[in-house]
Design a protein. Structure first.
Length: 119
């Protein structure tokens, strides 16, 4: 299973804007609809919006792609950015802990995105 390079760029963008515990889950075998989930969180609504803006900018600069849809930006407590082959979830920390997507999708392997993004 190959993780889309744009998903790695999204993870790196979130990490550089101090997204908390940014992870990439390989979802192809577990879900079959998308190849990867990028999951990160911010300490506040303001930081969530900053993370979303930076991810969108970085993916656009890298691949010329914009999200097919963005949900949740109005209250910015959980923003979902759908790129088709991957999805970015940006939470405020409390909501991330509540929904715990990493535990829900525990069968999905974690991608060592830092090594892949650097290479």
């Amino acid at each position: 299973m190959t993780t889309p390079a744009a998903a790695l760029a999204a993870a790196a963008a979130a990490d550089e804007k101090l997204g908390n515990d940014t992870v990439v889950l390989a979802m192809g075998d577990a879900l079959g609809v998308v190849d990867a989930f990028v999951v990160t969180s911010g300490r506040s609504v303001r930081q969530v919006r900053t993370l979303v803006e930076e991810v969108e900018r970085r993916v656009k600069d890298r691949d010329g792609r914009s999200p097919l849809s963005v949900e949740g930006l109005r209250d910015a407590t959980w923003v979902l950015m759908d790129y088709g082959d991957f999805v970015v979830h940006v939470f405020v920390e409390e909501l991330r802990a509540f929904y715990d997507l990493e535990h829900l999708w525990t069968s999905a392997p974690r991608v060592r995105w830092r090594e892949q993004a650097a290479g």
